[in-house]
Design a binder for this molecule. Sequence first.
Ligand SMILES: *Cc1c(COP(=O)(O)O)cnc(C)c1O
Length: 385
Amino acid sequence: MKMKAAYTLLGILSDFSQKKVKAYLDEELDMWARRGVHGHFSGKHPWALGDECIVELMADIVGARKEEVALMNGLTVNLHLQMYAVESQLQLHGLDVEKCMLMIQPRKGEETLRIEDILDIIEKEGDSVAVILLSGVQYYTGQLFDIPRITKAGQEKGCYVGFDLAHAAGNIELHLHDWGVDFACWCSYKYLNSGAGGLAGAYIHEKHSQTIKPALIGWWGHEFKTRFLMENKLQLSPGINGFRLSNPPILLVCALHASLEVFGQTTMKALRRKSILLTGYLEYLIKHYYSEDKANPEKPFVKIITPPKTEERGCQLTLVFSVPIKSVFKELEKRGVACDMREPNALRVAPVPLYNSFHDVHRFIEILGSAITSAKQTANNAATS
Ligand SMILES: *Cc1c(COP(=O)(O)O)cnc(C)c1O
């Protein structure tokens, strides 16, 4: 599992949500100063209900019902709680990772997975598989998987089907409930802008609300009505809410709240509509200016490894270069572009529809041109010296 910091095309962070974060934090710090512990149950947003006050905004973003979503922990913690941080859970239970974990790889010479290969593995191996876990959008290639189709195929074989939506939440339209996805989790600090280490999300479909129970139980999973009686008699909240362990961290709630309110002013449908055009524009310009020219082998070029079909990608494009990536990245940074480099040879750029414009994309293309030229120059100099 790879971790990474937020990356945006031109590093223009959404100013409006940052302002709200500060206001909300100030409000809670003030409350803390004036009321101390009583902030737990009084005030506009009692801390004990901090997460529940904003969960509906999050549910809208992933296409789930309010009762199907909980805001808690970090993403990896939620993967563990939902019992599927796979390798580590297999080891914990004394199972052989080699034998018990089936990984899907792209075909030789290809960068992304073919849906027919995923469905084929499910068809062949599904009878012996308990849980299928995939990312919604693959972090390296930017490939978006056909979540409803994979869900249906897996469930027909009797598997639970879940998704790590770290790169999908706030990026693409999701309909977790309608698609019947069994479980999912995601972090909120990539496309959802909640700040490093922000509060993560987790989902379990309502059809499992009485049957899927947490293996590890904490007092916050206890029904609110009787939670504070401390009678030592568990009344577990149904579904994902029963998986909650601890008090919600109110300062993280503030940051997430500010961001989700900005998302609440639009819809994922509208953002996605702009996103398809914005990423399409970026793709068009890259191909137009920086494609490989067989007649001119000296000309440096850029290749896009993200799938070309809009339904197979979100806003991110992953680029590979004919010139050394490290110097392209350095030249871009020098010119004020914040994007993300992955060894050995990939640069991830993500024009984000919430706050990047078509003009930003155009500017990026111009800057990319001069960065590539400088990188090529550096490589030539190194070769001749
Ligand atoms: C970002 C990311 C994570 C990060 O997990 P944290 O627990 O929030 O640090 C995990 N998985 C994937 C696929 C990611 O992209």
